[in-house]
Write a protein that binds this ligand. Structure first.
Ligand SMILES: [Zn+2]
Length: 261
């Protein structure tokens, strides 16, 4: 048996048999793990609130070669992220980040990915609800960066020529980012990004913030991120939390235009 002690975040949990729960953890040193928490249902004292969704702390995992399911020895919570439950916008954003991690993280150490998920949940837990969407977008793009599939912003994805930051540019998902005017002319399709959209992507990928409150801009960014994930992580399975997040933004927009009409 191997014992691993590492930082971890609870991303998903469900009941297992009469007395236990299985939790899905993103860990710093062992990647994404499925872990059996024995007795978690029958004795609240055993793990307390440590297995609540998005709780983060230090875990001790016991794993055996050839077994996919680890056993939870202990969990010591450092951050409970309870603020995520205080607003729908925060919670929906956290669900998107968790869904992307559950889908695309691997069962091996990935400190960069762990740190992005942890920092994004921290930011969301205390975010003004109006900022939750752009903080989620920032986290999503930085997760892609950690997974090695980030887009080009200021150099052409095809020929590497610099692209004027103050001009609109074509963004091609298959090419992997922004294109210069010459390559855009040769490429089929692609979306035209205004300079502000590229400025947002640049800021997010550099780890900074870029506030976006205009509902239509948020919508365009949600679509761009979704399309990039589909293109570069090569996975056609549905992303229900992401879909709900996009629908929710649409609903908010419709409600706002009704109010102003
Ligand atoms: Zn080019």
């Amino acid at each position: 048996m191997t014992v691993v002690v590492t930082d971890a975040i609870v991303l998903h949990a469900f009941d297992y048999l009469e007395s236990s729960r299985i939790i899905r953890l993103l860990t710093r040193d062992a990647g994404l793990r499925s872990v059996l928490a024995r007795g978690a249902r029958t004795s609240r004292k055993r793990f307390g609130s440590a297995l609540d969704l998005y709780a983060q702390g230090t875990v001790e995992l016991h794993s055996r070669p050839g077994r996919e399911l680890d056993t939870l020895g202990s969990i010591d919570i450092a951050r409970s992220h309870t603020g995520l439950g205080a607003s729908l916008e925060r919670f929906t954003g956290a669900a998107v980040i968790a869904e992307l991690a559950l889908r695309f993280a691997r069962a091996e150490a990935d400190e960069a990915l762990f740190d992005v998920v942890s920092q994004t949940l921290d930011a969301l837990a205390s975010a003004p609800p109006a900022r939750a969407r752009d903080l989620t977008l920032a986290g999503g793009w930085r997760m892609l960066l950690a997974l090695g599939v980030s887009p080009t912003i200021d150099a052409c994805a095809e020929c590497h020529a610099p692209i004027d930051a103050s001009a609109p540019a074509t963004f091609s998902h298959p090419a992997g980012g922004a294109l210069c005017a010459r390559c855009a002319h040769l490429a089929r399709g692609g979306r035209t990004l205004p300079p502000s959209a590229r400025a947002a992507l640049r800021a997010w990928l550099e780890g900074g913030e870029f506030a976006i409150t205009d509902a239509q801009e948020v919508r365009a960014h949600q679509r761009l991120l979704r399309e990039f994930v589909r293109e570069h992580l090569g996975d056609d399975r549905p992303l229900p939390a992401y879909d709900a997040w996009e629908r929710d933004a649409l609903g908010t927009r419709a409600a706002r235009s009704e109010q102003t009409a």
